[in-house]
Design a protein. Structure first.
Length: 258
C-alpha cells in the first residue's frame, strides 16, 4: 500500500515547496508564534526581577504555568485553526478546478492511496512547522528547568490536534473546486470544533458531556498538563479517521459520477 501512497506523497510535497504555500504558512506560523513566545518570556522575566525582592512572589514563579501552557494551549492552537486550512485548501479543490481530478482518479492507485498521499503531505508540512518551534523549549531550558514530560505531552497534543484540523480541511477541499471556499469552510469547521465546548457551560447532563466530547480543546487539556490519556488519544484518532472516511466517500462519489 505504501508503494502506491509514496508517489502521491512525493508529488504533493514537491508541489508545496515548489510554490510559495508552504513557505508562507510556515513563515506566518513562526513569526506569530515567535511573537507570542517573546512577549510571554518578557513578561515572565519582568515578574522574575520583581520577585527578587519578594520571597513569596518568587515561590509562585513557574515557567510552565506562565509561559508554556498559555503559549501552547491557547495561542498556538488558535494559529492552527487559522493556518492549517491554508495547507489543505488546494489539495482537492485545485485538482477539481484544473480538471486533473479525473486523471488522478484513473491512475492505477486506489482512492485511499490518493487520499493518504495528500493527507500525509499536509501532515509533513505541519510537522516541519512544529520542529521549527523547537527553539522555544531550548530557550526555556536555558532560563529555567522545564518539565520535559509536559513539553513532550504538549507537542504530542498539538500534533494530534493539528492532524485533526488537517483531516477536516482535506474534507472541506474535497467539497469544492474553489480554494478560497475550501479555506473558509476549513476555518469555520475547525473553529466550530475549537469553541463547541464553550456551550457546555450553559447546559447539563448528556448534552454537556456530548459538547465536551466533541471539543478538540477539551481533549487537549490533559496533554497540556502532561497527562497522556488513552481516551483523548482515541478521540483524535477517531476524529481524523472519520473525516478522512468522509473525504474518501466524496472521492468515490466523484469516480462513480465520472
Amino acid at each position: 500500500m505504501m508503494r502506491n501512497i509514496y508517489p502521491i506523497l512525493k508529488k504533493e510535497m514537491r508541489s508545496y515547496f515548489n510554490s510559495s504555500i508552504a513557505y508562507v504558512v510556515i513563515a506566518a506560523f513562526l513569526i506569530i508564534s515567535g511573537w507570542f513566545f517573546y512577549t510571554s518570556m518578557a513578561f515572565f522575566n519582568m515578574i522574575s526581577f520583581q520577585a527578587m525582592q519578594n520571597p513569596y512572589l518568587r515561590s509562585q514563579l513557574n515557567i510552565m504555568e506562565m509561559v508554556v501552557r498559555p503559549l501552547f494551549s491557547g495561542n498556538l492552537t488558535v494559529l492552527l485553526v487559522i493556518l492549517l486550512p491554508a495547507v489543505t485548501m488546494r489539495l482537492f479543490a485545485e485538482e477539481k478546478k484544473s480538471g486533473t481530478i479525473e486523471l488522478l482518479l484513473t491512475y492505477p492507485v486506489s482512492d485511499f492511496a490518493v487520499l493518504m498521499g495528500k493527507y500525509l503531505s499536509s501532515l509533513g508540512v505541519f510537522i516541519a512547522m512544529l520542529i521549527l518551534t523547537g527553539l522555544y523549549p531550548l530557550v526555556i531550558y536555558w532560563l529555567s528547568q522545564p518539565e520535559w514530560g509536559v513539553l513532550v505531552s504538549v507537542y504530542l497534543g498539538l500534533l494530534l490536534m493539528g492532524g485533526s484540523f488537517l483531516a477536516l480541511g482535506l474534507f472541506a477541499s474535497s467539497l469544492t473546486e474553489n480554494q478560497i471556499v475550501a479555506f473558509v469552510i476549513g476555518i469555520a469547521a475547525s473553529l466550530f470544533f475549537w469553541i463547541i465546548g464553550w456551550a457546555s457551560t450553559f447546559t447539563g447532563g448528556f448534552l454537556k458531556e456530548l459538547l465536551l466530547y466533541l471539543s478538540v480543546t477539551h481533549h487537549f487539556n490533559n496533554f497540556r498538563k502532561g497527562v497522556i490519556d488513552t481516551a483523548d488519544l482515541a478521540f483524535y484518532v477517531i476524529f481524523i479517521v472519520f473525516f478522512l472516511f468522509c473525504t474518501l466517500r466524496v472521492l468515490e462519489s466523484k469516480r462513480w459520477r465520472g
